[in-house]
Design a protein around this ligand. Structure first.
Ligand SMILES: [Fe+2]
Length: 359
């Protein structure tokens, strides 16, 4: 079959508090805060925080909606663990690092012949460091996490399902994944494309109660796959419809990329994503990524109302501009986005229509 998917693009999670999330991602997981923006749906301002490797590569980006206003329920039918690659032998460092931060971890384990170490976010979300020295992407480094142990980007993710069969068919028939093996309850799939970070493990948990599907603290919301172009998004939507998945969304303008969503048969929300020119560098210079709150131009007139409703956060020292870093957004950014904002296909935008008062 023809496939348009080129690997994992990002993984989106719902933690609780914003500062707690920034601290865990940057200090405990050693990630770079890449972008501060807001959820572009609904009437309540919620941060949308992006974390990634040193180059903010597609396939390294975990995003979070800090959703302290409502707890979620972890369970099957959800992405259950976000997986990063680290060099061979580095799980020893990470075990000591997690202990030093008082982060709950499961000790070094092994699946598919590879060592990994799982750690729990304060909101309950799970992450794992998987040893894979073939991943040559550029790690972000901090005072505690050096280049020889830092995460390279995603290895992939673990998805919990009560029944493997229909989710497997969806992966293979709708997205073009290839099944590469089974290890106990784990069924491994390789995402098309080249390079690192293209593995998904379905964790067969037939007795696990279903988790919640909407936004809620302590749960993953969706996984996104890179399809490169708007045209590929339209063709991917047609593949879903041909196979009977008629609930695929319209293509949405998320400013940094365009998105199309569908609920997969195992319960996991799956997004396909096409980058727009400039990507994360449209509104920030490379040395300044993640240092300020950025809104899409069509949200700007409500900036004061939005900011007044968000928890103030402190940007970690490692993310602050280095001396000599370019201060202004790239001059070409506005022109690039103008071109991207007028795609050849219909793209929907939500409006900023936020409630004025706090609830
Ligand atoms: Fe997304």
């Amino acid at each position: 079959m023809q496939t348009f998917v080129q690997g994992v693009h990002h993984i989106t999670l719902c933690p609780g508090g914003a500062q707690e999330d920034v601290d865990f991602f940057t200090q405990v997981l050693g990630q770079r805060l890449v972008k501060q923006t807001v959820l572009m749906d609904g009437t309540i301002p919620i941060y949308h925080l992006y974390y990634g490797n040193a180059d903010a590569d597609v396939g390294s980006i975990a995003t979070s909606f800090p959703y302290a206003r409502k707890p979620g329920r972890a369970g099957s039918g959800q992405l259950s663990c976000t997986s990063y690659t680290v060099p061979k032998g580095a799980t020893t460092f990470w075990k000591g690092h997690f202990d030093a931060h008082g982060a709950e971890h499961g000790g070094v384990q092994e699946r598919f012949g590879t060592k990994y170490l799982r750690v729990r976010h304060p909101a309950g979300l799970l992450f794992e460091m998987i040893e894979d020295s073939s991943d040559q992407r550029n790690p972000w480094t901090t005072k505690q996490v050096s280049r020889d142990v830092g995460t390279r980007g995603f290895f992939g993710a673990v998805l919990s399902v009560r029944d493997v069969r229909d989710q497997e068919s969806f992966f293979v028939d709708a997205l073009g994944f290839r099944k590469v093996g089974v290890d106990g309850p784990y069924h491994r799939f390789e995402v098309p494309g080249t390079g690192a970070g293209r593995f998904l493990d379905l964790h067969h948990e037939p007795d696990r109660a279903p988790g919640s599907w909407g936004f809620g603290a302590g749960t993953a919301h969706h996984i996104a796959f890179n399809v490169e172009t708007d045209d590929a998004l339209v063709k991917q939507k047609a593949i879903y419809e041909e196979l009977g998945f008629t609930d695929a969304s319209e293509v949405k303008d998320r400013f940094y990329f365009h998105s199309m969503y569908v609920r997969s048969p195992g319960g996991i929300l799956v997004e396909c994503t096409a980058n727009v020119p400039g990507g994360f560098y449209q509104d920030e210079a490379p040395g300044e990524l993640g240092t300020k709150l950025h809104l899409p131009p069509w949200f700007e007139e409500q900036r004061a109302a939005i900011v007044s409703r968000l928890e103030p956060i402190t940007v970690p020292e490692e993310n602050r501009p280095k001396s000599g870093a370019k201060a202004a957004p790239r001059p070409a950014a506005a022109a690039e986005h103008k071109a991207a904002a007028e795609p050849a296909i219909p793209v929907s935008r939500t409006k900023a229509a936020f409630e004025k008062s706090k609830k």
